[in-house]
Design a protein around this ligand. Structure first.
Ligand code: FCB
Length: 478
């Protein structure tokens, strides 16, 4: 029998994020987030000029959305909590009780349906008031994040046992503070590194607080989600392999090394390169900040498991070695990452369908960080709207086969798999043009109707049986 099954303890789930689905951006006491401000001020920067004022209307659809989850038969639901819905000004002296009520209702509904809540504290919707202080570039933000986390743990710690501090710091620091592809700072080649630095400090501080004050009472676990596209050397040459490794360190090691490596701190190649580039650009002090010895200690080992988002694979070859006069992370990383075009495309320009990259990625982590427990917190693909999404079924099936091999052939320690996303939603700068959902959302309809795609049927079968079907072609839509 060729049937591939996951162990019965292996968990299946789906994910969403507050800003992408909730809507209700200014009601029931919610404060303004940086994404509210940004999409209102710069509609032209969003691909379809839309915003998330309404989005999927999930703020008003707790029961309906949990029914979607229940029909899928998933073990857990990964959602994120909107900081400005809980603390309208970002500060913990003003708690919005209606925000607390909303998430309590959601969690209670999940409990009734035997679905485990997995909560992300920060999935990019920073209170605008804190952006005024410099956002993630101001070291004080770490203290405000601790205050916010304390409110979450005090209110939800008895019912939520699985926590993620941050979703993809690489993405929001780079897009927001290294470029204009998200709200944040100026693209100076300094601020993205400052953002990363303060996020790592904030994560470490919250983990230590959780460990010391909440773990005993809540019996929960905490991690952080990083994104790791696999980076394959363009050829087998030593130069390409070196470039690929440097690129992995720059993209994944930047946020993973300080937390998951034995020695802690930023990866050596990154430290060396940014220090040297800074000097060449006339800055004797590095653009990459230094942790104090105490900070290295605090951040190192600040996890119970590793959250991992994986979507795609790139190819790397050595860069020109040239550094421009204008400092930037992209310039620093131009050890070069080229995307190979012949790989099958999705509907997102950055996303190629390369399932074996997933397996290599997991094996690299296993070797680099002593085989940590991993929760796949996102994996998914966008295709054009439509219910008969055989391409998505193919993607999920192929990536799950690669995951199965990583676990049962290679010994990677993976606890569960999360598909992104439960339903179509506001895909940041791409608006509603890129659809990742197992459920299609009809944005023309009055009540934002959700309809299961073929992939929902496929995934629910996997979640319910724990096995991949021998032949998924019989997943015809009816
Ligand atoms: C990830 C984000 C998630 C979604 C997917 C497609 O980088 O975490 O919110 O946008 O990409």
């Amino acid at each position: 029998d060729s049937k591939l099954c996951f162990h019965s303890s292996f968990a299946f789930g789906v994910a969403t994020a507050s800003f992408q689905i909730e809507g209700a951006w200014n009601v029931s006491g919610k404060g303004e987030s940086i994404w509210d401000r940004y999409t209102h001020e710069h509609p032209e920067r969003v691909f379809d000029h839309k915003n998330a004022d309404v989005a999927d209307g999930s703020y008003y659809k707790v029961k309906e959305d949990v029914q979607l989850l229940s029909q899928l038969g998933v073990n857990f639901y990964r959602f994120s909590i909107s900081w400005p819905r809980i603390l309208p000004d970002g500060l913990s002296n003003n708690v919005n009780e209606d925000g607390i009520r909303y998430y309590k209702e959601l969690i209670e509904e999940l409990r009734k349906n035997k679905i485990t809540p997995v909560a992300t504290m920060y999935h990019w919707d920073l209170p605008q008031s804190l952006q005024e202080l410099g956002g993630w570039t101001n070291p004080i933000i770490a203290d405000y994040f601790v205050d916010y986390a304390r409110v979450l743990l005090d209110n939800f710690g008895d019912t939520v046992k699985v926590w993620l501090t941050f979703n993809e710091p690489l993405t929001f620091c780079e897009n927001g503070y290294g470029g204009d592809d998200a709200p944040g700072g100026r693209s100076s080649g300094f601020e993205d590194y400052m953002c990363g630095h303060n996020v790592l400090r904030a994560h470490g501080m919250v983990y230590r607080m959780f460990d010391q004050k909440y773990r005993k009472i809540t019996k929960g676990v905490m991690g952080i989600t990083n994104v790791f596209p696999w980076i394959e050397p363009a050829t087998t040459s030593r130069e390409d392999q070196k470039a690929a490794d440097a690129a992995r360190q720059f993209m994944f090691g930047w946020y993973a090394n300080p937390i998951f490596s034995q020695q802690g701190d930023y990866p050596q190649v990154m430290r060396k390169a940014v220090d040297a580039n800074s000097k060449r650009q006339g800055f004797p002090r590095s653009r990459l900040p230094y942790f104090t010895a105490e900070e290295v200690e605090m951040i190192r080992g600040s996890f119970d498991f590793m959250g991992l988002n994986h979507y795609t694979t790139y190819l790397a070859a050595p860069g020109s070695g040239k550094i421009s006069t204008k400092p930037s992370y992209q310039d620093d990383i131009n050890a070069i990452i080229t995307q190979k075009d012949e790989w099958p495309k999705s509907n997102s320009t950055w996303l190629r369908v390369v399932p074996w990259g997933f397996r290599r990625c997991l094996n690299w982590i296993k070797n680099a960080y002593n085989n940590p427990k991993i929760l796949i917190t996102e994996n998914g693909v966008s295709f054009e709207a439509g219910l008969h999404d055989t391409k998505r079924v193919n993607y999920i099936d192929a990536y799950l086969r690669a995951l199965h091999a990583a676990i049962y052939k290679d010994g990677c320690h993976v606890l569960g798999y999360t598909y992104w996303s439960l339903m179509d939603n506001f895909e940041w700068m791409r608006g509603y043009s890129e659809r990742f959902g197992l459920y299609q959302v009809d944005y023309e309809s009055q009540n934002l109707t959700r309809t299961p795609r073929l992939s929902a049927k496929y995934f629910s079968n996997v979640a319910k049986t724990g096995c991949l079907p021998d032949d998924y072609t019989d997943y015809t839509y009816n």
